[in-house]
Design a protein around this ligand. Structure first.
Ligand code: NAD
Length: 480
């Protein structure tokens, strides 16, 4: 849609906040109708068309990489490597994997046919759902619209994208991109609550939402009015459990990397640490040393450390720092939207830092004595999107995996599980439901149509009335 009024990304240095663009509300029903007509034309169904669309999407990412990196830096001060790896590279890898396997995924899936229905074939067909809505958040503003888009196109749908208005530069970029490319099958609506509310009044065939629990409930309630299926990719507090028997150097590096990547604004970032009491002092010392090695003595001056998305989130996060004892970091500067990588000890359990998803560069640390205490701590809280366990003891990590529930998990790493295309990515309980990435994405945007395909050369009258004497015995013998 040609409705973006946001300025082009400014100098790729400091985060900026352009006024968010919005799409006129009366255009929304027309856009949905346009996508529906396009879907009904059948153009998106052939596999060759889908593969071509995926290749065009990949080319777009390649050709307009610099523009994307600039928008991401303007929105979030994203270091180039982080922006490339988690927004562009991840989507390209997802596209390559999908292009390679789509033919196999889309093949009719044969299943066996019991004797009572012979002679026949039974199989499952994947058909596109139709017109799908993808609503994105601001923290990975490109990846979290492009990866669902890739899966939706692979499945043969037309797609309406609603990027987050909070990351306004990237929203404007997405609107520009799809005015130039794939505009007959992809529409972009820009805006916030008013525009999303207007969108949710429309009938879609699937809604794929990434964002907060509260808005997820709004989306699901709106979808219920049309009985539209939803995928909810939500967040929550992802714990990281550190055992006594652990390689502390590796653990500190991998925890710090996953926590402070994108300045902690990652749905699967370790939200808090649960550390075995005897190793807590040494782990804290290693974490401090790691931060210095990663970002130097003053992380504010590091080109490799991002910024907070806006003032509202900056103020929210600064307030959280007071909920525990600062053992590293704690400095902040609202004008620069900077908050130092911060570690808190002994956070108050009833304070916001332990009650809400942190979604920023603050890491509370709590100590445990017995494994069952750490496990109980996790299980007393809503199911997280991710759980991390660091241990050299396989029995310990297996026990944690077995006795807790989370959307995904890593043993001896953080956040990297979402970059494995064959691992379905999604939540459980309060962290959402449904999943995508790789084949799971193709399945999320496909309907599985079950087909019984029967031969006509024979038609025994066993199942037809009049049933007569002795028929029941035959039926019992056939179907058990
Ligand atoms: P959000 O829920 O505030 O916004 C998400 C989208 O919903 C935006 O496009 C926004 O415009 C729209 N929206 C906001 N309020 C609305 C309303 N009242 N009615 C209709 N639409 C509305 O989330 P956010 O702040 O952009 O993102 C942060 C949350 O997203 C965190 O909880 C984080 O964990 C989660 N998240 C999850 C994943 C995942 O993959 N599971 C990834 C990134 C972020």
């Amino acid at each position: 849609m040609s409705t973006s009024t946001a300025p082009a990304p400014t100098a790729p240095t400091a985060p900026g906040a352009p006024s968010p663009a919005s799409t006129p509300l009366d255009q929304i029903p027309r856009e949905v109708e346009r996508l529906r007509a396009r879907f009904r034309s059948g153009v998106t169904r052939p596999l060759a068309w889908r593969l071509d669309a995926l290749r065009r999407l990949r080319r777009l990412l390649e050709e307009r990489e610099a523009e994307a990196l600039a928008a991401l830096r303007a929105d979030l001060g994203k270091p180039t490597l982080e922006a490339y790896a988690s927004e562009i590279g991840l989507c390209k890898a997802e596209l390559d994997h999908t292009i390679k396997h789509l033919r196999a995924w889309a093949r009719p899936e044969k299943v066996s046919t019991p004797l009572a229905n012979q002679p026949a074939k039974s199989y499952v067909l994947r058909e596109p759902r139709g017109v799908v809505l993808v609503i994105g958040p601001w923290n990975y503003p490109l990846q979290l619209v492009i990866a669902p888009l890739a899966a939706a196109l692979a499945a043969g749908n037309t797609v309406l994208l609603k990027p987050s208005e909070v990351s306004a530069h990237t929203s404007a970029l997405v609107a520009r991109w799809f005015r130039d490319e794939l505009s007959d099958v992809v529409a972009v609506v820009e805006g916030g609550v008013a525009e999303t509310t207007a969108l949710l009044e429309q009938r879609f065939d699937h809604i794929f939402f990434t964002g907060s629990l509260g808005v997820g409930k709004v989306v699901m309630a709106a979808a219920a009015r049309h009985l539209t299926p939803v995928t909810l990719e939500l967040g929550g507090k992802s714990p990281c459990i550190v055992d006594r028997d652990v390689d502390l150097d590796v653990a500190a590096r991998r925890i710090a990397w996953g926590k402070w990547w994108n300045a902690g604004q990652t749905c699967v970032a370790p939200d808090y640490l649960l550390v075995q009491k005897d190793v807590e002092p040494r782990l804290l010392e290693r974490l401090r040393a790691t931060l210095e090695a990663f970002y130097g003595p003053d992380p504010k001056a590091s080109a490799d450390y991002g910024r907070i998305i806006n003032e509202r989130h900056h103020r929210r996060l600064v307030r959280l720092i007071a909920d525990g004892a600062v053992v590293a970091g704690g400095q902040h500067d609202e004008a620069d939207r900077y908050i130092a990588p911060t570690i808190l000890r002994d956070p108050k359990l009833d304070a916001p830092v332990m009650q809400e998803e942190i979604f920023g560069p603050i890491l509370p640390v709590l100590a445990w004595e017995r494994p069952e205490d750490a496990i109980a701590f996790v299980n007393e809280r809503p199911h997280p999107l991710a759980l991390y366990v660091f241990s050299k003891d396989r029995a310990f990590s297996d026990r944690v995996l077995r006795e807790t529930s989370s959307g995904g998990a890593c043993v001896n790493d953080t956040i990297a599980h979402l970059s494995i295309p064959d691992l379905p990515f999604g939540g459980v309980g309060d962290s959402g439901f449904g999943a995508y990435h790789g084949r799971a994405g193709f399945e999320a945007f496909s309907h599985r149509k079950s087909v019984l395909d029967k031969a006509t050369w024979i038609d025994p009258n066993l199942r037809y009335p009049p049933y007569g004497e002795g028929r029941l015995a035959w039926v019992k013998r056939l179907i058990g």
